[in-house]
Design a protein. Structure first.
Length: 115
């Protein structure tokens, strides 16, 4: 199982980014994929979960209405569209999957929101 995130970077407050997570090594379309993030000095938190059909749920309150999770099962890709970014969205963003009772993480992609 491999997860590879991309799309992070430096953005000004109010800007947008789209993160991508490329997955391989398992039957992608059968599994929910989650996005987590970890801000400096804080614990990792769940941002949203994207179910096998592409619906997203369990958004953390702080991103509701601004972030949207989605996926393309034909491409084995999961996305996180992040709009109206705030300073507090800064952190490392990870995708995650449970497969056969094992959990797998990507290496993370850094998102920095700064003026």
């Amino acid at each position: 199982v491999q997860l590879v995130e991309s799309g992070g970077g430096l953005v000004q407050p109010g800007g947008s980014l789209r993160l991508s997570c490329a997955a391989s090594g398992f039957t992608f379309s059968s599994y929910a994929i989650s996005w987590y993030r970890q801000a400096p000095g804080k614990e990792r938190e769940l941002v949203t979960a994207v179910n096998s059909l592409g619906g997203s749920s369990n958004y953390v309150n702080s991103v509701k209405g601004r972030f949207i999770g989605s996926r393309d099962n034909a491409k084995n890709m999961v996305y996180l569209q992040m709009n109206s970014l705030k300073l507090e969205d800064t952190g490392v963003y990870y995708c995650h999957v449970w497969v056969n009772r094992n959990d797998y993480w990507g290496q993370g992609t850094q998102v920095t929101v700064s003026s």
